[in-house]
Design a binder for this molecule. Structure first.
Ligand code: OAD
Length: 234
């Protein structure tokens, strides 16, 4: 089976009703990145940061995967598919994708403030206990925090994502403005002969030398078109 790697960003979940970050009306117009998405912001005002992610987490049961998520999952009938996502929602998994690498963490998980990437400290939150409060403790006794990669923190999954990217026979990029590194740098690992498809209604700054086919549509309509293209000769 040929291997497909799908790199997704906030635009992938836009049609499910989750705001993107940098479009007009996006999350970074309503909140300061420095306050809610950096380790310094968390140290300065942990309650503000916990509340920001509690609010986003409470949105999850209210939204559903969009057609685009479902079609990414449907690719698995024909290809060996790995999804590399910058999204912290669980919509790829809920749509049926079986191999998902979350570069920026997962909203439904919590971890320790002292050792956030220690696997023994990571726990899955439940619908009954979704919120993280000041005073909630991780297994090591430190304050429980969201399992989210903030700006200025290491991105432990980047190596695995780079290795997958190197092996791709086909590479698909959906709904990311390619502003945030190291995720945006993953294209450098894609072999020069690998066809690359971009699904995004807008132009995105493309710094890699790779040629790509731009399907200038939203995630769902774009995936309809691409799935047809990628399965017609099978
Ligand atoms: P952005 O908000 O920067 O970019 C969203 C992209 O999705 C843009 O290129 C839009 O044109 C596109 N888009 C909008 N609607 C779409 C639709 N219906 N279908 C397809 N594409 C659509 O989001 P990201 O690139 O994901 O990190 O942002 C990367 C990281 O920056 C996030 O993971 C987050 C943020 O700060 C952290 O919080 C660490």
């Amino acid at each position: 089976m040929k291997k497909i790697v799908v790199l997704t960003g906030a635009g992938m979940s836009a049609e499910s009703g989750i705001s993107t970050f940098r479009d007009s009306g996006g999350l970074w117009e309503q909140h300061r990145v420095e306050d809610v998405a950096t380790i310094e912001g968390y140290i300065r005002n942990p309650k503000l940061v916990l509340d920001f992610y509690n609010e986003r987490r409470r949105q999850l049961p209210l939204v559903k995967p969009c057609r685009g998520h479902e079609l990414v999952a449907a690719l698995e009938q024909y290809y060996d598919v790995t999804v590399v996502t910058q999204n912290v929602d669980d919509l790829h998994e809920r749509a049926g994708s079986t191999k998902v690498i979350h570069l920026h963490g997962e909203l439904m998980k919590a971890t320790s403030t002292r050792s956030p990437n220690n696997p023994t400290q990571i726990q899955t939150l439940t619908q009954e206990h979704m919120d993280i409060h000041i005073g909630d403790k991780a297994a090591d006794g430190s304050q429980l925090r969201p399992f989210i990669v903030w700006f200025g923190e290491a991105v432990p999954k980047i190596e695995e994502a780079a290795e997958e990217s190197m092996k791709a026979d086909i590479y698909i990029v959906i709904g990311t403005s390619l502003n945030v590194y190291p995720a945006a740098g993953l294209l450098q690992y894609v072999a020069p002969e690998t066809p690359v498809y971009l699904i995004d209604p807008k132009d995105v700054p493309w710094t890699s030398g790779h040629r790509y086919t731009h399907i200038k549509k939203g995630a769902s309509a774009g995936m309809e078109e691409l799935l047809e293209l990628l399965t017609k000769d099978l």
